[in-house]
Design a protein around this ligand. Structure first.
Ligand SMILES: [Zn+2]
Length: 343
């Protein structure tokens, strides 16, 4: 990555190219200008990350409409929870891009978006069923690596293997090796609703993932409580949490997360549109940040929530949730956070 502290001067740099530190400062200024001037073009040019991205819903609605040559409807301001969101998606979007062909278009769109938005660190998740649909790991890898090298070859790409919470964890743990033994996946995740089964049920899955050096993440604290977040971190040894916003309801849990450097990959529009946060202004990311919890800003399901990464920063800035400098600090630290993947 380009954000090394005290970039060493090279022959090229002495001939006039900016050092890494100068480049970082330029990007900081561009980001602050983009926010204060409401200038999307400037924000798009700044390097960013997206660490919570469900690949098949990771493309822009406008991009997909263009590819399919149809006008996809705008999503509502609010959904009736996760079930309402799923119903809207399967009624208004999926019929136009279902099956293998539809999946391929949406995957490609997710990488095209990374290129458009200058996403320099991208963690995108995939389910085992999707891998099987495309013929197993080698065929799946060829497809994904093809899209990546076509659209964003310079992006640090960290694929994530995700399971739905209703899966049979014993069965999945017994066959997880065929997906993770080749080193493609960098992290493991569970999504698809909390409270389906106790976190202890996922121990076999996470234990296997740990043996292969995968970073451990889980969707928790989106609808669930602060205590749910702490429990999942402790029981499964998570180093990052997807969402985790309800941790803000407990000073003690926030201290626990801050002390243990547990990162929360937050998705503001997802939380507001699903009703898990009241508004952008009162979004828990403010409290979490102010209490020293490491947070990042991400899209979750861009195709559904219709807000790309640069827009997520803009919404938080315009609502007065965090200052431009605070948002820039979050942006920079998410970009340089690869070290957490090595834990
Ligand atoms: Zn998610």
């Amino acid at each position: 990555m380009e954000f090394k502290k005290g970039g060493e001067a090279t022959n090229l740099q002495s001939a006039g190219s900016p050092t890494a530190e100068e480049q970082r400062e330029r990007m900081r200024e561009l980001f602050l200008e983009g926010l204060s001037e409401n200038d999307t073009e400037k924000l798009l040019r700044v390097p960013k990350s997206d660490l919570h991205n469900h690949s098949t819903k990771g493309c822009r609605r406008a991009w997909l409409s263009e590819q399919l040559k149809i006008k996809l409807p705008e999503p509502p301001e609010r959904f009736e929870g996760l079930a309402g969101m799923q119903e809207w998606f399967t009624t208004f979007v999926k019929p136009f891009c279902a099956g293998k062909e539809g999946g391929l278009i949406r995957w490609e769109g997710a990488f095209a978006e990374a290129a458009r938005n200058n996403i320099k660190r991208l963690s995108m998740n995939f389910g085992a069923q999707e891998i099987e649909l495309f013929g197993g790991m080698s065929a799946f890898r060829r497809i994904i690596e093809g899209f990546r090298s076509k659209h964003c070859p310079d992006t640090v790409f960290e694929p994530e293997l995700t399971y739905v919470s209703c899966c049979d964890t014993e069965v999945e743990a017994a066959r997880i090796e065929k997906y993770i033994s080749d080193g493609f996946f960098r992290s493991v995740d569970v999504c698809g609703g909390e409270d389906v089964k106790p976190v202890e049920a996922f121990v076999p899955l996470y234990r296997k993932a740990e043996q292969y050096g995968l970073m451990k993440r889980m969707h928790v604290g989106e609808s669930g409580s602060a205590e749910d977040v702490r429990r999942a971190v402790e029981v499964l040894g998570l180093s990052e949490v997807h969402h985790g916003i309800h941790a803000a309801e407990s000073d003690e849990v926030m201290r626990f997360l801050a002390d243990n450097r547990i990162q929360l990959n937050v998705c503001p529009s997802s939380n507001v549109k699903l009703g898990y946060a009241d508004s952008y202004k009162d979004h828990p990311i403010k409290l979490l940040y102010e209490n020293g919890v490491k947070v990042t800003v991400n899209t979750d399901d861009l195709l559904i929530f219709d807000s790309s990464v640069e827009n997520e920063y803009l919404l938080l800035y315009q609502a007065g949730t965090l200052t431009a400098n605070q948002l820039n600090e979050i942006r920079e630290s998410a970009l340089t956070g690869e070290i957490s993947c090595l834990r």
